[in-house]
Design a protein around this ligand. Structure first.
Ligand SMILES: Cc1cc2nc3c(=O)[nH]c(=O)nc-3n(C[C@H](O)[C@H](O)[C@H](O)COP(=O)(O)OP(=O)(O)OC[C@H]3O[C@@H](n4cnc5c(N)ncnc54)[C@H](O)[C@@H]3O)c2cc1C
Length: 463
């Protein structure tokens, strides 16, 4: 029987896997492989929290394959050499994979496809991650969109969800490949166990993803629109790392929600998935935006010189501004932060501290388990006001008002900044208006005057 290599990347699942299905449909024996090649990701090799997640997700995938009679075989890159070697030793007639959209990876995959085809091997890539390919939605003039609402309106008219396919019950055993490594040999899991707090919140892998979806669908979907901005209650799906690692597809999520009778808030949720689509659309069409301002006007913006003590205080959740510190500590302890709080901490960094958004994007990149080049670049440029369809720079979040509105009792603050828990809720939002507890820092920046300074800086590029 002829073999097909299934090159797993950010699609660590067996259900709804177009590459795997293509092999099975063609009557080929799937040979699942994973190739570790972080140096091929350009300046955006995965960060430490992503690695820690991937380690567990690979183990979950390996166990799922083994339970079906197959096996995951793991290698270290370069990807092209590794694929060629495995192809030669198995005589595989095809290599199938699901697409990724990061610029360095798109360029690499194009070369690999061409190279394999030149050697007479069928090389086929599939959409395994998005509702719409980034190039599929365009304006009437054939241009990419720069504004979300018309993008999503157009996308919604083309709504055709693929049918869901469950993981195959059995898979044929692939041949044993020389040079395959154990997953642990990739050293993705940190030696100093700073990630130990993560795993009471998360179960990486396909099963964890499906459980998170079932939980959200049953408990939080109804009310999502109202609760999604509240970090003090579990009102969002927590599916972002599962989506990023391809443990679940957006179309399975959309179909599951369609089937949920208590589904008043389905459209609000799909709209958030729409932002993910938009982020991939932008990254594909504007591949420089992880590093450069989408709006070149900001190229002359007078960012402050990075002062390491301020940056460190922000990273460590010791700014003296409770909602910011709560978010940064949630990030450090769980690898994730609530979206509303991501916006608040990003606003403080880029506006009150006036530090370039790249400093924040890089920190998030290393510490988020859902770090995604598309979503992270969009998120940071949106808050900084430098991006496509961004919040204007002059809209500076007031972190105290934000906390009062979205964490009214200060429960979120109390959870992540326990030294503030004994205070009355109103004081948790702004402890300096009473007697702050010993050991909690005074604010590192004056919110009112730094806001004025940010607006004055903005004037300088507009005048
Ligand atoms: C500064 C900043 C940086 C961010 N960095 C990332 C990142 O690296 N990776 C990431 O996945 N998201 C990022 N986001 C977007 C958003 O914060 C997370 O997707 C969301 O908090 C994930 O939680 P959830 O799965 O419970 O979201 P839900 O509210 O349940 O949303 C469902 C899904 O929709 C998508 N989504 C929701 N909001 C957005 C958004 N604003 N932009 C793009 N997709 C969205 C995510 O895939 C999410 O899992 C960032 C936002 C900001 C402001």
């Amino acid at each position: 029987m002829t073999h097909a290599l299934i090159w797993f990347r950010n699609d660590l699942r067996l259900a709804d896997n177009p590459a795997l299905q293509a092999a099975l449909r063609g009557g080929l024996v799937p040979v699942p492989v994973y190739i570790h090649a972080p140096e091929e990701e350009g300046d955006w090799a995965p960060g430490a929290a992503s690695d820690a997640w991937r380690h567990r997700s690979l183990h979950a995938l390996a166990a799922d394959l083994q339970a079906r009679g197959s096996r995951l075989q793991v290698f270290r890159g370069p990807s092209i050499d590794t694929l060629q070697t495995i192809q030669a030793c198995t005589g595989a007639q095809a290599v199938f994979w699901n697409r990724r959209y990061e610029p360095a990876i798109e360029a690499r995959d194009t070369l690999i496809k061409r190279n394999l085809q030149q050697h007479g091997v069928q090389a086929q890539s599939h959409n395994g991650a998005l509702l719409f390919e980034p190039w599929q939605i365009e304006t009437k003039n054939g241009d990419p969109y720069r504004v979300f609402t018309p993008f999503w309106r157009n996308a919604s008219t083309r709504w055709r969800l693929p049918t869901c396919t469950d993981a195959p019950a059995h898979l044929p055993a692939p041949p044993l490949l020389p040079g395959a490594l154990g997953i642990d040999a990739l050293k993705l899991s940190p030696r100093l166990r700073w990630d130990s707090g993560f795993w009471s919140c998360w179960t990486p892998g396909e099963r964890g993803a499906h459980a998170a979806l079932a939980r959200f669908s049953a408990q939080a979907l109804d009310g999502y629109q109202q609760q999604r901005d509240r970090p003090d209650i579990p009102g969002t799906s927590h599916l972002s790392p599962h989506l990023h690692f391809g443990e679940i597809t957006p179309w399975r999520i959309a179909r599951t929600l369609e089937n949920n009778p208590a589904c008043n808030d389905r459209d609000a949720y799909l709209r958030e998935l729409g932002w993910r689509e938009f982020a991939h659309h932008l990254l594909h069409h504007f591949p420089h935006t992880p590093e450069a301002n989408f709006n070149p006007r900001f190229d002359d913006f007078p960012w402050a010189a990075p002062e390491s003590s301020l940056l460190t205080a922000w990273q460590q959740g010791r700014t003296g501004i409770p909602i910011v510190d709560a978010g940064m500590r949630e990030l450090w302890q769980t690898g994730w932060m609530h979206n509303r709080v991501r916006m608040i901490v990003a606003s403080l960094l880029t506006k009150n501290l006036r530090l370039h958004w790249q400093h924040g994007a890089r920190w998030f990149w290393d510490t988020l388990v859902d770090a995604s080049l598309a979503n992270n670049s969009l998120g940071w440029q949106w808050v900084a006001g430098t991006g496509a369809d961004a919040a204007p720079y002059y809209r500076v979040f007031n972190p105290v008002l934000q906390a009062q509105k979205f964490d009214p009792q200060g429960d979120y603050i109390a959870r992540w900044v326990p030294e503030l828990a004994p205070l009355a809720p109103t004081l948790r939002h702004a402890p300096w208006s009473g007697l702050p507890p010993h050991g909690y820092p005074a604010p590192i920046v004056d919110l009112a005057s730094s806001r004025q300074a940010a607006l004055a800086a903005l004037e300088r590029i507009h005048s």
